[in-house]
Ligand binder design. Structure first.
Ligand SMILES: [Zn+2]
Length: 305
């Protein structure tokens, strides 16, 4: 299949599907897991901080919103980008602090304004070019105002029963460090051993960007990256089981994934790892981890400028 635009410049373009990936696993928490529901009440109030729940099949049960994973992955990827090249300054991705908001064009306007102006005059090719050359890798992968990210995380629902526990803490005044009288607060969490569905999808990412995500998944599975709150107390350690990687490739031969960005990206050869199945290329369990490793090698070998 021929693609209708220059692949090398526009993997950020959403117009044509070049490549689509899905990654699925079962996520098991090895230590207490706590995902709160929005803003926590201020310390000093005696409250129960319940875990976030959703109603499924007639009962309320814990879940992990996809947005939690997205935030976790973006912040870990920010660390990876900075480690790779300390001179590269990715944005924080926080509201009003993405590259669209903080980067200025030669005309002295924000990247967002410049892109919007191009889009209003129906110049979407130039708008995409402007974004591609000025936004950081994290904005390109995870999204920014007026630009949908290339990755999406599903909400993680329970595949098993879950048991809930409560831990009592003492409310400390952050300002003075003093204990608030007899102020205790109670924190609810999911006991270790609960099993959740974990699933993410991404499309049109060059191999090195897939490698950055693969490294994040490895770090998550190692327990170095933790999910949810109270991480400093050992909460949020998880492992991934029954990992399956699946993709479709419209650019090249499929088992060998061509670079999607000249100068930076490199090919990945999965010939001995993936099998072809209904038009998809699939790797499961050990093979899926081997495939991720191949992408990680590209991430380790490329230079970011
Ligand atoms: Zn950015």
């Amino acid at each position: 299949m021929t693609v209708s635009f220059n692949v090398s410049t526009y993997w950020t373009s959403g117009v044509t599907l070049l490549r689509g990936f899905s990654l699925e696993a079962e996520l098991v928490n090895l230590s207490p897991l706590r995902i709160g529901s929005g803003r926590e009440p201020p310390l000093g109030s005696i409250v129960d901080l319940a875990v976030i729940r959703i109603r499924r099949e007639g009962r309320l049960e814990a879940y992990i919103p996809g947005s939690s994973f997205k935030g976790l992955f973006r912040s870990q990827c920010e660390t990876l980008v900075r480690m790779k090249n300390p001179r590269v300054e990715p944005c924080s991705g926080l509201t009003k602090n993405t590259c669209m908001d903080i980067r200025k064009t030669a005309e002295g306007v924000t990247l967002h304004t410049a892109v919007q102006t191009k889009l209003r005059t129906r110049n979407s090719k130039e708008a995409m070019e402007l974004f591609f050359h000025n936004a950081c890798l994290l904005c390109k992968v995870f999204g920014a105002p007026s630009y949908a990210g290339r990755i999406s995380f599903s909400d993680a629902y329970l595949l098993s029963d879950a048991h809930y526990g409560v831990r009592t803490g003492i409310a400390i005044d952050r300002r003075t460090g003093a204990v608030f009288g007899d102020s205790l607060y109670q924190v609810e969490y999911v006991e270790p051993g609960a099993r959740f569905s974990f699933s993410l999808r991404f499309r049109n990412l060059p191999n090195y960007a897939v490698g950055m995500l693969a490294r994040t998944i490895t770090i998550l599975n190692n327990g170095e990256l933790r999910v949810g709150g109270f991480k400093t107390r050992g909460f949020g350690q998880v492992k991934l089981e029954s990992l399956t990687l699946r993709y479709m490739d419209y650019v090249g031969a499929g088992k060998v994934l061509d670079p999607l960005e000249p100068d930076t990206d490199k090919p990945v050869d999965l010939s001995n790892i993936v099998s072809q199945d209904n038009g998809y290329y699939t790797a499961s369990k050990e093979e899926a981890w081997k495939a991720l490793k191949k992408f990680e090698e590209v991430w380790d070998s490329v230079k970011l400028s």
